[in-house]
Design a protein around this ligand. Sequence first.
Ligand code: HPA
Length: 277
Amino acid sequence: MLHRIHEAASYLRSLPGLAPAAGIVLGTGLGGLTKNITNQTVIPYNDIPGFPTTTVEGHSGNLIFGRLSGIPVVAMQGRFHYYEGYSMEQVTLPIRVLKMIGIKQLFLSNAAGGINPSFSVGDLMVIRDHINFFPESPLRGPNVEELGPRFPDMSEPYDRKLVGLAHQTAEKLGFTIQEGVYVGNPGPSFETPAEYLHYRIIGGDAIGMSTIPEVIVARHMDLPVLGVSVITNVSIPGSFDKNTHEDVQEAASRAGSRLIALFSGLLPVSPYSPSFA
Ligand code: HPA
């Protein structure tokens, strides 16, 4: 694994002028937000040695380097999902690589189903904490001390300062955001009514099929994380009909302008951003 991480990182480091200070992962339906990044350099995943290859038709897979609010960033346009058949190592390798090329903070986004009855479709939810239902950890196996400790602390998986700043930034922009607990399920089937109820009872506010593996490796490497879910469906047992991927994509892209405004507004005030911007 380490060999592939180094291979990808040294390739990206060999390209001139790319020195990102923040990493951004764009979830389902949110890939179009890269248009807000200026001075772009686009690197297809398939050009990066050591990176997992993307096979799914119509699934864009690019690293987009450039600037957002003046801050040098790298955005992942498309992520690797566990349900696609990638190993946990493949799902999380890009996060390892981004850390290795210098990012100091990671902004993750995803599309998620709302299970808190006070949520509405289109809401943004800043993630305060998560509950993990993936069947394996990306850290399973021999620990690579060079990357992080055997037993990483998870007392603050999502950076509290960034959560606070997310609320302040949204307020300045004129909207409010929800805050809550993200439940991570491997998918790809959506949850049954009884499962949604179960995840609500145990303390979840939203549920999705990604993010948690990436957060685990980021925290393993002591990288501060902000996570934001776009609520694409509210699945309260008895009050929802059917869930479809198309509806999820459409709801996510409708909420996308607020998500990118939030990330753009937050970056310059983040304590982990360079102060020269
Ligand atoms: N469940 C799981 N993943 C999702 C959902 C959901 O209801 N909505 C968007 N991603």
